[in-house]
Design a binder for this molecule. Structure first.
Ligand SMILES: Cc1cc2nc3c(=O)[nH]c(=O)nc-3n(C[C@H](O)[C@H](O)[C@H](O)COP(=O)(O)O)c2cc1C
Length: 500
């Protein structure tokens, strides 16, 4: 017995000495590697120790959100917002205790004006459906005011698409395909789909990238494809086309998009055939004629003179020629991959552009004709209620629904290493995303959010969310005092020539 213990102890000692020796050799090797390289000044001046700097800054990215960042501090979404979505997705109670952790004096904060006699629950109305595309062969009546924003198959994984599509079916909302075309996974649940035509026209393209009417007609034959959205731009990367790194272009994705597998899929930065207002209206007309379904556009606004020109041209051609909807994205919208300069500093935020777009359409007598779908960090009830009050008919969210799928904001959407399986095609990571479980969370999030927007509406004395107007919301200014939104952005008069 004693001999065995001594034998084990001596093996452990040799092992320890061997490991320490290896460690020492590694340190010596790193020392000489660091002093002899000339790419990194810190490692050259502080050999071995300098390596900890990059290790800590990499780890800091992960640890900050758990240990150091305050509840309302992180970007793009803070912990309070993410936790709200998480609870909503689990259909847990979203009541909180003790008081608000939000600083209500921060400029830009929206404060809703509750009335002394809120709407009784028994008097509350169902949110009325809205019909889009009145001049089409097949108009679309949309029930849900909150819907799933464009995210392509490619940016998203198969299990993520399946969970979103089944969740949309359960919640009765639509799902936008994004620019990666429509896959069997979008279709399998029977949910309503909006087919997005991106600048590369994936799924409806000829080899040279132009529109293939035959393929477009075939897509429109799917009954559940209800509308078509022509993407001019998206908030995170205006003036830049979609980017799907080669490592994410699997055979399956390549087949759906109609491109070679393994090669990076980079869309042109504009639809080559649309270079003017007239060209845009012609293209809308072509898509609507071929498909027989409502057709709209998606854009982030920067320069806005073109919106006035668009309205004038629509009035010249007749209001049937108008896009059936305008999906307005915010300059701080999300993306699978984009250059930081565009993500950060190009395109107006939804706070500025939404009232502006709504007013221009109103001025030209087109507000009822062109429905506005707003998106851009509108993931909690107060943000959605603000958008409806400011001028939106519908709200889309991409990242809100990603959080409902379990996204932890790891910021790895472009790397194929998403730890929650949402934006990766690596089966190892996808294993964690069970579509059966997550589809229920997607539906819960949608329903809970709409329910709480209704609560805000009732508190303001209106019987349903679309009854909210600019007079119901005040915006906190630099001096900490709030000003009504209808004073900050007063509705213009309809121009006399278009008032009828
Ligand atoms: C992973 C990911 C993929 C996206 N793919 C598309 C796309 O294919 N087409 C598009 O128009 N927008 C795309 N977007 C932008 C969203 O549709 C949306 O406009 C934007 O993220 C703002 O909404 P959010 O703040 O609710 O996420 C994508 C966003 C994300 C996060």
């Amino acid at each position: 017995m004693g001999d065995t213990i001594l034998h084990v102890l001596s093996i452990l000692t040799y092992t320890l000495v061997f490991i320490l020796g290896l460690g020492l050799l590694a340190v010596i090797f790193m020392f000489f590697a660091d002093v002899s390289q000339n790419e990194d000044a810190v490692r050259r001046n502080y050999p071995v120790l300098g390596r900890f700097r990059s290790l800590f800054s990499t780890l800091g990215e992960f640890f900050r959100q758990y240990f150091f960042a305050m509840d309302r501090e992180e970007m793009p979404f803070n912990r309070a917002e993410r936790e709200w979505v998480k609870r909503a997705a689990k259909a847990e109670s979203n009541t909180v205790a003790f008081g608000s952790t939000k600083n209500l004096l921060t400029p830009g904060t929206a404060i809703f004006v509750n009335c002394p006699f809120p709407t009784l629950e028994k008097d509350a109305a169902e949110t009325a459906p809205i019909t889009m595309g009145p001049y089409c062969e097949q108009p679309y009546t949309a029930k849900s005011l909150l819907n799933i924003s464009a995210m392509s198959f490619g940016a998203l994984s198969v299990p993520a698409i399946r969970a979103l599509s089944h969740g949309a079916k359960m919640a009765g909302c639509w799902m936008n395909t994004g620019e990666g075309s429509v896959s069997p996974f979008h279709l399998e649940s029977g949910c309503d789909l909006i087919f997005q035509i991106g600048t590369a026209k994936y799924g409806v393209r000829n080899d040279d990238g132009s529109l293939n009417e035959e393929k477009l007609r075939n897509v429109a034959h799917h009954e559940q494809v209800r509308m078509f959205e022509i993407k001019l731009s998206q908030g995170a990367k205006p003036g830049k086309g979609g980017i799907l790194p080669g490592e994410k272009v699997t055979q399956q994705i390549a087949d759906v998009r109609g491109i070679p597998a393994g090669e990076s899929s980079i869309s042109p930065n504009r639809h080559p055939e649309i270079n003017s207002i007239a060209g845009l209206l012609d293209f809308i007309d072509q898509v609507r004629r071929v498909t027989g379904k409502p057709t709209g556009i998606k854009a982030v606004i920067g320069a806005y003179g073109w919106i006035e020109s668009l309205c004038k041209e629509i009035q010249v051609r007749g209001i049937e020629s108008a896009p059936d909807f305008f999906t307005l994205d915010s300059g701080d919208g999300g993306t699978g991959a984009a250059p930081m300069a565009l993500i950060d500093n190009v395109g107006l935020t939804i706070e500025e552009s939404l009232p502006m777009l709504s007013d221009i359409l109103h001025k030209y007598g087109l507000r009822k004709r062109v429905h506005i779908i707003a998106s851009g960090k509108l993931i909690t009830p107060s943000e959605v209620a603000w958008a409806l009050a400011a001028g939106a008919d519908f709200v889309n969210t991409a990242r809100g629904f990603m959080f409902s799928l379990g996204c932890i904001q790891a910021l790895k959407c472009d790397k194929n290493t998403c730890p929650t399986g949402i934006t990766t095609h690596d089966p190892r990571f996808q294993r964690g995303l069970d579509p059966e479980d997550k589809q229920v969370k997607v539906a819960n999030y949608c329903k809970s959010l709409v329910h709480e927007v209704e609560i805000i509406a009732h508190s303001c004395g209106v019987d349903e969310p679309r009854g909210l107007g600019r007079k119901h919301v005040r915006i906190v200014q630099d001096n900490g005092k709030s000003v009504p939104l209808d004073e900050l952005s007063p509705r213009p008069e309809v121009l006399p020539e278009y008032a009828n």
